[in-house]
Design a protein around this ligand. Sequence first.
Ligand SMILES: C[S@@+](CC[C@H](N)C(=O)[O-])C[C@H]1O[C@@H](n2cnc3c(N)ncnc32)[C@H](O)[C@@H]1O
Length: 224
Amino acid sequence: MLILIIAEAALETIPKELWSYHSIRKHALLKGKKAGEILLDRGYHHSAMIKLDNAEKRGRPDLIHISLLEATSTPLYIEGRLEIYVHTITDKVIRVGQLVRLPRAYYRFEGLMEKLFVKGKINSKGSNLLELSDLSFKQLISKIRPTITIGLSTIGEKNTFEEVAKELAKYVKPALVVGGFPRGHFSKAVTSSLNALYSIHELALQAHVVIARMIYEYEKAIYK
Ligand SMILES: C[S@@+](CC[C@H](N)C(=O)[O-])C[C@H]1O[C@@H](n2cnc3c(N)ncnc32)[C@H](O)[C@@H]1O
């Protein structure tokens, strides 16, 4: 069973310090929701977001949508051999249940996430599809207790997709950590919980490309 953690993901509702901004109030009015019930999105909230801490890492829920679509479409996930968590930049954790079929249209994913942030759970036929908790990265690792936790970053030690997959495949319950942010690097709070940090390409790739390729290599490593 591989555990995929999308860490410090740029997925959150609009933080309180931005609620009084004119552009935010206007957007909330347009959506017919409270500002705190809307996803922070750089596409709409760019000028209001500038002063936020870690602004360059925040407000890109679309990156998480595409990453989750990639991960949940793989044979590994469909066969029940991939567990997925999204740890957000504001220390919330979304546990993605087994056999979840996420909406492919972004506007529907956005609505689903907004509902999850309000209700804390999305259920279907008695099972939890998505579950939200307040957990730091370190707390998440203590809770799921992987046998090894490997992070990927352009500033990690040089390696390849194939070799990292082979290393993960040696363990019973390995965790793979990919950043869910558009720019910047993992904070110390994340790197201090990793056993290794690898760079697997000379280019800075999109998280969804890294996820798709790593899962493919991991499948090859365990099915051979
Ligand atoms: C858009 S990148 C974040 C950009 C960041 N500057 C970086 O270089 O890692 C999103 C995530 O994809 C993964 N990633 C992208 N390119 C990578 C590479 N060449 N080696 C290892 N991980 C990579 C990392 O986990 C990263 O946090």
